[in-house]
Design a binder for this molecule. Sequence first.
Ligand SMILES: Cc1cc2nc3c(=O)[nH]c(=O)nc-3n(C[C@H](O)[C@H](O)[C@H](O)COP(=O)(O)OP(=O)(O)OC[C@H]3O[C@@H](n4cnc5c(N)ncnc54)[C@H](O)[C@@H]3O)c2cc1C
Length: 279
Amino acid sequence: MKDSYEVIVVGAGPAGVAAALICRKRGYNVLLLDKKKREKIGDKVCGEAISKKTVLKAMEKLSIAPPLEEEIKAKIEDLVLRTALPKNHITFPAIGYMIDRHMFGQRLLQEAIKSGVILKDQYRVKKPIVIDNKVSGVLIKDSEHNSIEILSKMVIDCSGTMAVVRTGLPQEYEPNLNKKVTKADFAPCYREIIQLNHDHDLEGKIVLQYEIDIPEPGYIWFFDEGEKRLNCGTGFIKQGKHATKSVKSVYFNALEKYFPKGTYKTIDGRGDVVPIRAP
Ligand SMILES: Cc1cc2nc3c(=O)[nH]c(=O)nc-3n(C[C@H](O)[C@H](O)[C@H](O)COP(=O)(O)OP(=O)(O)OC[C@H]3O[C@@H](n4cnc5c(N)ncnc54)[C@H](O)[C@@H]3O)c2cc1C
């Protein structure tokens, strides 16, 4: 593999693919790195709700076709904020889509590769290489645990919550830029996709349900995926008196109130974290 590029983009999620495409459009040679296997890229624990206006604008900017029929699980019309009190809710118009993130992410990746971006999957970036006070590449571990240095004129960190390049910068590089990601910087979440065995009244809606038992500012969400399927989940900052609370049990207790056990089948259930601090 050529060991020097004009641009290295770390992470092939939506941010990384967009950055890689834009750099490629401007004529740079671009290496896109991801720790996941190629076929897993785009698969992420997510609410999967996106605003139509935002996604169309972004896709236009990237010269990519808008979400395709097969990538859209359901169309969304309303955002509803609800509490457990009857009639205590506010509805906002929210035109958007429930999207199959994995399928959508794979297409974005495909577009980047088609444009000439070079993808290296199963390349885990360990830290930036800093020469003369300038980020000049990255140190990676491949799937066989070989350490490899790759140099570049520019490195763009799109590795998501853990920000592997930014947090690996030397202390003196830039005050605060390398600030470590701590427990207070993200909310652990648990998310399920459930198949109901009955009809529901959430068609075309994404609902944020505030509950007394979910630590503020957390909520349980119910997003309609169509065909009696819901994307549901909760998350909160595990600090102070909530430090030892299990996100999963808070989620299941809240879910039970609205969709008791036996009324649904779980299709997918996984945890992740949502960042809640700007870098
Ligand atoms: C539970 C949950 C629900 C959400 N719901 C919604 C929603 O409904 N609507 C919405 O718009 N957003 C939602 N989000 C947020 C959304 O998922 C993120 O904003 C989005 O994924 C950020 O994209 P990204 O490209 O920055 O990072 P990511 O999608 O996280 O991609 C980062 C990529 O970097 C790779 N990577 C990480 N570390 C390394 C490393 N060391 N070396 C190489 N590669 C690495 C990862 O494998 C991954 O492919 C949700 C997030 C969570 C956790």
